[in-house]
Design a protein around this ligand. Structure first.
Ligand SMILES: C[S@@+](CC[C@H](N)C(=O)[O-])C[C@H]1O[C@@H](n2cnc3c(N)ncnc32)[C@H](O)[C@@H]1O
Length: 269
């Protein structure tokens, strides 16, 4: 009996050793062909983006908490983790610059409340200005082919107000952009998020805030390369070209502009 067990044990050990060599061999082969990604567990696949690349941020507790807080704004998960990850990264970076945070196109505040949670907003001492009609696109500032998103955005001012109640120094500016842009006394902006689903007010907001943007400040364009938003992309490309900057097209569909520091500034003499 003992002998049989010993024999079985020996057999198991040999089988295990053979299996391990097969795994090592196939791993080496897979890596050789650049296919090590086949061994990864779950690829990212949502919001028009599929990738085997690392999306470790989806396992980060602070990220997940902020993401969940954003969703709470509208009680619906848009399944757009990577877009939120980009926005949180951008907002965190902007804390290193002087200025206010601005979002044009807020709705109930998924992105912005996610940012506020992530940055522990009440401890930052910053101001966040939120521009929206809070009742959808304004036909005077939208092309006919952009108005199809209109039914999605019903009256939501009360809901947005309630969503931001826990955060200090948050200002909801109600009305159509561009009419409302000068209503808030904003001198310097470090973070500008633009997400109005239509070209005219998006370009107007970019133009209005560009000179107020800190050196190194960011403009995050939510729909820039997103499928079905060509008109916004073309208009914002024109805006960028006129200012000799390039928009970074992100695989999430977002666009990112970094305002270059003024030449000669910050150079030690
Ligand atoms: C895609 S939603 C914004 C989503 C938001 N960023 C979030 O994280 O939930 C687009 C918003 O832009 C607003 N909007 C569209 N045109 C506008 C305009 N001319 N002025 C102000 N807001 C506008 C709509 O009311 C709508 O709430």
């Amino acid at each position: 009996m003992r002998l049989e067990r010993w024999n079985m044990g020996k057999w198991n050990r040999s089988a295990l050793a053979v299996a391990k060599s097969i795994v090592r061999f196939s791993n080496r082969k897979l890596e050789g062909y650049g296919l090590e990604l086949l061994r990864r567990k779950r690829p990212y696949d949502e919001d028009g983006l599929a990738s085997y690349h690392s999306h470790d941020f989806m396992e980060d507790d602070r990220f997940l908490q902020a993401y969940r807080r954003g969703i709470k704004a509208c009680n619906e998960d848009y399944h757009f983790h990577w877009r939120v990850h980009v926005a949180l990264w951008a907002a965190q970076y902007c804390l290193s610059l002087d200025g206010d945070f601005v979002e044009c196109g807020v709705n109930r505040g998924v992105l912005s409340s996610s940012i506020m949670d992530f940055l522990r907003w009440n401890s930052t001492g910053r101001r966040f200005f939120l521009f929206d009609t809070f009742c959808g696109l304004d036909a005077r500032y939208a092309h006919a082919d952009e108005l199809h998103t209109m039914p999605q955005y019903a009256e939501c001012y009360g809901a947005a107000n309630a969503n931001f109640a826990e955060f200090q120094n948050v200002f909801l500016i109600r009305g159509p952009v561009p009419d409302t842009l000068s209503q808030a006394a904003i001198d310097t902006v470090c973070y500008l998020s633009i997400d109005m689903n239509c070209a005219i007010p998006e370009v107007a907001a970019a133009e209005f805030f560009w000179d107020r943007l800190s050196d190194g400040g960011l403009v995050l364009l939510d729909d820039y390369g997103y499928a079905g938003h060509r008109r916004q992309k073309d208009a914002l490309d024109e805006f960028a070209t006129a200012r000799a900057v390039q928009i970074l097209s992100l695989p999430t569909g977002q666009g990112l502009i970094i305002k270059p520091p003024t030449r000669g500034k910050n150079i030690a003499r």
